[in-house]
Design a protein around this ligand. Structure first.
Ligand code: AKG
Length: 255
Protein backbone atom coordinates (compact mmCIF):
# COMPACT_ATOMS: atom_id res chain seq x y z
CA UNK A 1 0.00 0.00 0.00
CA UNK A 2 1.17 3.51 -0.72
CA UNK A 3 1.24 5.60 2.39
CA UNK A 4 -0.94 8.63 1.94
CA UNK A 5 -0.37 12.03 3.42
CA UNK A 6 -3.36 14.29 3.80
CA UNK A 7 -2.79 18.03 3.57
CA UNK A 8 -6.26 19.53 3.49
CA UNK A 9 -7.99 18.11 0.45
CA UNK A 10 -4.79 17.55 -1.54
CA UNK A 11 -3.82 13.93 -2.02
CA UNK A 12 -0.11 13.15 -1.87
CA UNK A 13 1.80 9.94 -1.88
CA UNK A 14 5.30 9.40 -0.61
CA UNK A 15 7.77 9.18 -3.48
CA UNK A 16 9.74 6.45 -1.70
CA UNK A 17 6.77 4.27 -2.49
CA UNK A 18 7.45 4.46 -6.23
CA UNK A 19 9.89 1.63 -5.66
CA UNK A 20 7.29 -1.03 -6.42
CA UNK A 21 7.95 -4.27 -8.29
CA UNK A 22 4.51 -3.95 -9.89
CA UNK A 23 1.84 -1.25 -10.09
CA UNK A 24 -0.25 -1.38 -6.87
CA UNK A 25 -4.04 -1.09 -6.99
CA UNK A 26 -3.83 2.47 -5.59
CA UNK A 27 -1.98 3.54 -8.80
CA UNK A 28 -3.61 1.18 -11.32
CA UNK A 29 -5.62 3.08 -13.98
CA UNK A 30 -6.18 0.15 -16.35
CA UNK A 31 -9.55 0.45 -18.14
CA UNK A 32 -10.45 3.64 -16.28
CA UNK A 33 -9.69 6.05 -19.13
CA UNK A 34 -9.69 4.36 -22.48
CA UNK A 35 -9.70 6.68 -25.46
CA UNK A 36 -8.74 6.57 -29.15
CA UNK A 37 -5.12 7.33 -29.80
CA UNK A 38 -3.62 8.89 -32.94
CA UNK A 39 -0.12 8.11 -34.18
CA UNK A 40 2.23 10.73 -32.65
CA UNK A 41 4.48 10.79 -35.72
CA UNK A 42 1.96 10.33 -38.57
CA UNK A 43 0.26 12.94 -40.77
CA UNK A 44 -2.35 13.63 -38.10
CA UNK A 45 0.18 14.52 -35.42
CA UNK A 46 0.52 17.71 -33.38
CA UNK A 47 2.16 20.39 -35.59
CA UNK A 48 5.89 21.08 -35.29
CA UNK A 49 6.69 24.74 -35.98
CA UNK A 50 10.06 26.36 -36.62
CA UNK A 51 9.88 29.87 -35.15
CA UNK A 52 12.09 31.18 -37.99
CA UNK A 53 9.57 30.05 -40.63
CA UNK A 54 8.57 33.00 -42.88
CA UNK A 55 4.94 31.82 -42.75
CA UNK A 56 4.97 31.72 -38.96
CA UNK A 57 1.78 33.72 -38.35
CA UNK A 58 -0.26 31.52 -40.66
CA UNK A 59 1.24 28.30 -39.27
CA UNK A 60 0.61 29.26 -35.65
CA UNK A 61 -2.93 30.42 -36.47
CA UNK A 62 -3.77 27.10 -38.11
CA UNK A 63 -2.21 25.07 -35.29
CA UNK A 64 -4.22 27.02 -32.70
CA UNK A 65 -7.45 26.46 -34.59
CA UNK A 66 -6.88 22.74 -35.13
CA UNK A 67 -5.14 21.78 -31.90
CA UNK A 68 -4.62 24.66 -29.51
CA UNK A 69 -1.13 23.23 -29.24
CA UNK A 70 2.11 23.00 -31.21
CA UNK A 71 5.72 21.93 -30.75
CA UNK A 72 8.38 24.56 -31.45
CA UNK A 73 11.99 24.60 -32.62
CA UNK A 74 14.41 27.54 -32.89
CA UNK A 75 12.80 29.21 -29.87
CA UNK A 76 16.10 30.77 -28.82
CA UNK A 77 16.28 29.34 -25.29
CA UNK A 78 19.89 28.34 -24.66
CA UNK A 79 20.47 24.55 -24.38
CA UNK A 80 22.85 25.27 -21.49
CA UNK A 81 20.02 26.88 -19.50
CA UNK A 82 17.79 23.88 -20.22
CA UNK A 83 20.55 21.53 -19.05
CA UNK A 84 20.97 23.51 -15.84
CA UNK A 85 17.21 23.51 -15.32
CA UNK A 86 17.12 19.72 -15.74
CA UNK A 87 19.92 19.31 -13.17
CA UNK A 88 18.24 21.58 -10.61
CA UNK A 89 14.89 19.81 -11.02
CA UNK A 90 16.60 16.46 -10.59
CA UNK A 91 18.32 17.79 -7.47
CA UNK A 92 14.98 18.87 -6.03
CA UNK A 93 13.09 15.63 -6.61
CA UNK A 94 16.06 13.57 -5.36
CA UNK A 95 15.59 15.07 -1.87
CA UNK A 96 14.20 12.70 0.79
CA UNK A 97 10.41 12.55 1.01
CA UNK A 98 10.32 14.07 4.50
CA UNK A 99 12.24 17.15 3.29
CA UNK A 100 9.94 17.72 0.30
CA UNK A 101 6.86 17.21 2.45
CA UNK A 102 7.95 20.11 4.68
CA UNK A 103 6.75 22.40 1.91
CA UNK A 104 3.73 20.37 0.78
CA UNK A 105 0.95 22.30 -0.93
CA UNK A 106 -2.20 22.87 1.05
CA UNK A 107 -5.58 24.23 0.02
CA UNK A 108 -4.40 27.63 1.20
CA UNK A 109 -0.90 27.45 -0.33
CA UNK A 110 -0.64 26.49 -3.97
CA UNK A 111 3.14 26.62 -4.17
CA UNK A 112 5.33 23.75 -3.03
CA UNK A 113 5.39 19.97 -3.27
CA UNK A 114 2.35 18.08 -4.58
CA UNK A 115 0.42 17.19 -7.70
CA UNK A 116 -2.13 19.11 -9.77
CA UNK A 117 -5.15 20.27 -7.70
CA UNK A 118 -7.67 18.35 -9.85
CA UNK A 119 -5.99 15.05 -8.87
CA UNK A 120 -8.19 15.04 -5.76
CA UNK A 121 -11.25 14.30 -7.92
CA UNK A 122 -9.83 11.04 -9.26
CA UNK A 123 -9.92 7.67 -7.53
CA UNK A 124 -6.26 6.73 -8.09
CA UNK A 125 -2.80 8.16 -7.55
CA UNK A 126 -0.69 9.18 -10.53
CA UNK A 127 2.87 8.02 -11.19
CA UNK A 128 4.51 11.38 -10.74
CA UNK A 129 5.69 14.01 -8.31
CA UNK A 130 5.07 17.70 -8.73
CA UNK A 131 6.39 20.99 -7.43
CA UNK A 132 4.82 24.40 -8.10
CA UNK A 133 6.52 27.79 -7.88
CA UNK A 134 3.97 30.59 -7.90
CA UNK A 135 6.25 33.55 -7.20
CA UNK A 136 9.86 33.51 -5.97
CA UNK A 137 11.56 30.12 -5.49
CA UNK A 138 13.64 31.57 -2.62
CA UNK A 139 11.60 30.49 0.41
CA UNK A 140 11.39 26.82 -0.60
CA UNK A 141 15.00 26.70 -1.81
CA UNK A 142 16.24 28.06 1.54
CA UNK A 143 14.22 25.39 3.34
CA UNK A 144 15.78 22.65 1.15
CA UNK A 145 19.36 23.84 0.89
CA UNK A 146 20.04 26.45 3.64
CA UNK A 147 23.71 26.82 2.58
CA UNK A 148 23.35 26.33 -1.14
CA UNK A 149 20.06 27.69 -2.44
CA UNK A 150 21.27 30.38 -4.86
CA UNK A 151 22.06 28.15 -7.87
CA UNK A 152 18.50 26.76 -7.82
CA UNK A 153 17.00 30.25 -7.56
CA UNK A 154 19.22 31.72 -10.30
CA UNK A 155 18.33 28.99 -12.81
CA UNK A 156 14.60 29.12 -12.02
CA UNK A 157 14.49 32.93 -12.24
CA UNK A 158 16.38 32.95 -15.53
CA UNK A 159 14.12 30.24 -17.00
CA UNK A 160 11.03 32.15 -15.86
CA UNK A 161 12.37 35.31 -17.49
CA UNK A 162 13.10 33.75 -20.88
CA UNK A 163 9.86 31.74 -21.00
CA UNK A 164 7.87 34.85 -20.08
CA UNK A 165 9.46 36.63 -23.06
CA UNK A 166 8.79 33.62 -25.29
CA UNK A 167 5.16 33.47 -24.08
CA UNK A 168 4.70 37.15 -24.97
CA UNK A 169 6.23 36.62 -28.39
CA UNK A 170 3.92 33.66 -29.08
CA UNK A 171 0.91 35.56 -27.80
CA UNK A 172 1.78 38.45 -30.10
CA UNK A 173 1.90 36.11 -33.11
CA UNK A 174 -1.41 34.50 -32.09
CA UNK A 175 -3.05 37.93 -31.93
CA UNK A 176 -1.64 38.83 -35.36
CA UNK A 177 -3.02 35.53 -36.70
CA UNK A 178 -6.45 36.60 -35.42
CA UNK A 179 -6.22 39.73 -37.58
CA UNK A 180 -5.27 42.34 -34.95
CA UNK A 181 -2.90 45.08 -36.08
CA UNK A 182 0.40 45.88 -34.35
CA UNK A 183 -1.17 49.10 -33.10
CA UNK A 184 -4.19 47.31 -31.56
CA UNK A 185 -1.92 44.78 -29.87
CA UNK A 186 0.26 47.54 -28.43
CA UNK A 187 -2.72 49.46 -27.08
CA UNK A 188 -4.79 46.61 -25.67
CA UNK A 189 -2.79 43.52 -25.09
CA UNK A 190 0.51 42.45 -23.66
CA UNK A 191 3.13 45.08 -23.04
CA UNK A 192 5.75 44.54 -20.40
CA UNK A 193 6.47 40.80 -20.09
CA UNK A 194 7.86 41.24 -16.56
CA UNK A 195 4.35 42.14 -15.32
CA UNK A 196 2.79 38.88 -16.47
CA UNK A 197 1.87 36.45 -13.71
CA UNK A 198 3.47 33.07 -14.19
CA UNK A 199 3.30 29.79 -12.32
CA UNK A 200 5.93 27.18 -12.91
CA UNK A 201 5.08 23.50 -12.42
CA UNK A 202 7.87 20.96 -12.27
CA UNK A 203 6.86 17.35 -12.92
CA UNK A 204 8.93 14.23 -12.36
CA UNK A 205 7.89 10.83 -13.73
CA UNK A 206 9.77 8.03 -11.97
CA UNK A 207 10.44 4.76 -13.82
CA UNK A 208 7.35 2.55 -13.69
CA UNK A 209 7.38 -1.29 -13.80
CA UNK A 210 4.27 -1.37 -16.00
CA UNK A 211 3.54 1.99 -17.69
CA UNK A 212 0.45 0.58 -19.48
CA UNK A 213 -1.36 0.50 -16.14
CA UNK A 214 -0.18 3.83 -14.73
CA UNK A 215 -0.96 7.46 -15.55
CA UNK A 216 1.59 10.29 -15.27
CA UNK A 217 -0.90 13.11 -14.66
CA UNK A 218 -4.70 13.19 -14.44
CA UNK A 219 -6.54 14.52 -17.51
CA UNK A 220 -6.76 18.27 -17.05
CA UNK A 221 -7.03 21.66 -18.71
CA UNK A 222 -4.37 24.20 -17.79
CA UNK A 223 -5.86 27.31 -16.17
CA UNK A 224 -3.47 29.90 -17.68
CA UNK A 225 -3.69 31.70 -21.02
CA UNK A 226 -0.54 30.11 -22.46
CA UNK A 227 1.42 27.06 -21.26
CA UNK A 228 5.01 26.53 -22.33
CA UNK A 229 6.02 22.94 -21.65
CA UNK A 230 9.64 21.84 -21.71
CA UNK A 231 9.47 18.06 -22.03
CA UNK A 232 13.13 17.40 -21.24
CA UNK A 233 13.19 14.26 -23.38
CA UNK A 234 10.11 12.79 -21.67
CA UNK A 235 7.46 12.13 -24.30
CA UNK A 236 4.04 10.78 -23.39
CA UNK A 237 1.85 13.88 -23.19
CA UNK A 238 -1.47 13.31 -24.97
CA UNK A 239 -3.85 16.02 -26.06
CA UNK A 240 -7.56 15.57 -26.65
CA UNK A 241 -8.71 17.12 -29.90
CA UNK A 242 -12.37 17.99 -29.37
CA UNK A 243 -13.20 17.94 -33.11
CA UNK A 244 -12.99 14.18 -33.43
CA UNK A 245 -12.42 13.02 -29.87
CA UNK A 246 -9.02 11.59 -30.75
CA UNK A 247 -6.07 11.98 -28.46
CA UNK A 248 -2.87 13.03 -30.22
CA UNK A 249 0.51 12.33 -28.69
CA UNK A 250 3.24 14.92 -28.86
CA UNK A 251 5.62 12.17 -29.93
CA UNK A 252 9.26 13.01 -29.54
CA UNK A 253 9.95 16.06 -27.49
CA UNK A 254 12.02 18.79 -29.04
CA UNK A 255 14.67 21.01 -27.53
O1 AKG B 1 4.69 16.78 -18.12
C1 AKG B 1 3.90 16.76 -19.06
O2 AKG B 1 4.19 16.17 -20.11
C2 AKG B 1 2.55 17.42 -18.94
C3 AKG B 1 2.56 18.56 -17.96
C4 AKG B 1 1.23 19.19 -17.75
O3 AKG B 1 0.26 18.91 -18.42
C5 AKG B 1 1.09 20.19 -16.68
O4 AKG B 1 2.00 20.33 -15.85
O5 AKG B 1 0.03 20.85 -16.65
Amino acid sequence: MASQVSHGELKLHQPDNFQFDSVPDSHDWLDLYDHPFADPIGPDSVPLIDLTNPKLIEKIGKACEAWGLFLITNHGIEPELLNQLGSQIHRLFALPAEVKLKVAKTEARMSGYGGVPSARFFPKFTWSEGFSITSSPLEHAQEFWPDDYSSFCEVIEEYKKVTRQLGCRLMHIMLLSLGLSEEEIKQNAIGDSSKILTTMHLNSYPACPNPDRALGLVPHTDPGLVTILYQNGVSGLQVLRRKDGNAGGTGHSCG
